[in-house]
Ligand binder design. Structure first.
Ligand code: NCD
Length: 326
């Protein structure tokens, strides 16, 4: 081997020694603090590399199967972009109506099939536990891109990375989650993940019928994180560092009338935000419907569009970790 100073600069560690090599990513429960720090440092490297060279061949020759049984714009496109920016290729299956699923094929058989062609499978599915089921049957690592009202771990990782990049800390934060906390899977994962840090306070603001599920709150309280439940945003907005707004999840309601009752429960406007601090940020996993007015988009505290970009770097990091290149 040539002496160290003559070797080409490689920002990433070498093959297959990485702790995440070949692992599924199903839940934020798999990520301890040191895993988060590792993932975010790789994501940060990815950001630098994308800014410098755009695309590079870290995963050249690798194939990702993107299997989406539910609508998606950002998650789907950012996994595709992540794989392509790393030099890999993608099998996109989003129109499951046109795949063998429409012929009645089971999820286990579908993922077994994709495992023959791809090195990693990303799956979004309407049922809780579907990603775990897929992982039991796939011979390749599975990444959960949202399992019904269950979890959305890669979103929570990118949300946490966004906070870290924007506010330069993950401890001592007052985080307010607003909107549909019952059906919104992103907040289920994010609350669990933030419970790893110290000095975190979580406020849950929602209509009574859309409150944070008990099991999530119990898990968070085991981490000794203070949690406050409110129906009015005004009570917590002035002290909030991160306002995490969510869409009311129309597709999860059994009765249209129940959705109509709560759909516009909260609308963030430039006026609302006068009561908030100057150094806080507003996040949203997107898509938004009416819950943040466009008149707030130009405010520097509106971090939701930047959040999408951070998602690319985090998904690049996760793919590199799972495929043994980080
Ligand atoms: C979220 C989801 O699918 O849970 N979207 C996303 O992945 N960015 C949020 C939502 O659909 O409201």
């Amino acid at each position: 081997m040539p002496p160290k100073h003559q070797r080409p600069y490689l920002p990433f560690g070498d093959l297959k020694t990485a702790p995440w090599y070949g692992k599924n990513i199903l839940s934020v429960g798999q990520f301890g603090r040191s895993d988060l720090e590792y993932c975010f440092s790789v994501a940060h490297e990815m950001r630098i590399m994308v800014e410098r060279v755009g695309t590079f061949d870290l995963l050249k020759g690798k194939i990702l199967a993107n299997l989406f049984y539910e609508p998606s714009t950002r998650t789907q496109a950012s996994f595709m972009a992540a794989m392509q920016r790393l030099g890999g290729a993608v099998i996109p299956i989003s129109e499951v109506h046109y795949s063998s699923v429409a012929k009645g094929e089971s999820l286990p058989d579908t993922v077994r099939t994709l495992g023959c062609y791809a090195d990693v499978i990303v799956i979004r599915h309407p049922e809780v536990g579907s990603a775990a089921l897929a992982a039991q049957h796939a011979q390749k690592p599975v990444i959960n891109a949202g399992d019904g009202v269950g979890e959305h771990p890669t979103q929570a990782l990118l949300d946490t990375f966004t906070i870290r990049e924007e506010l330069r800390r993950l401890d001592n934060l007052n985080v307010t989650m607003l909107g549909d906390l019952k059906f919104g899977r992103t907040v289920h994962s994010l609350a669990r993940l933030l419970a790893r840090f110290s000095g975190i306070r979580l406020n849950y603001v929602s209509p009574e019928e859309l409150g944070m599920p008990r099991d999530v709150m119990d898990e968070v309280s085991a981490g000794k994180i203070p949690q406050r439940v409110e129906t009015r945003l005004d009570d917590v907005l002035p002290e909030t560092d991160v306002l995490y707004v969510t869409r009311v999840q129309k597709e999860r309601f059994e009765k249209a009338a129940d959705y109509e009752k709560v759909k516009d429960a909260y609308v963030i406007t430039a006026e609302t935000m006068k009561a908030a601090r100057k150094d806080m940020i507003v996040m949203h996993p997107l898509p938004r419907v009416n819950e943040i007015s466009m008149d707030f988009d130009s405010d520097p505290r509106a971090a939701y569009f930047r959040q999408m970009e951070y998602g690319l770097y985090v998904r690049m990091a996760l793919l590199a970790m799972v495929l043994g290149k980080a």
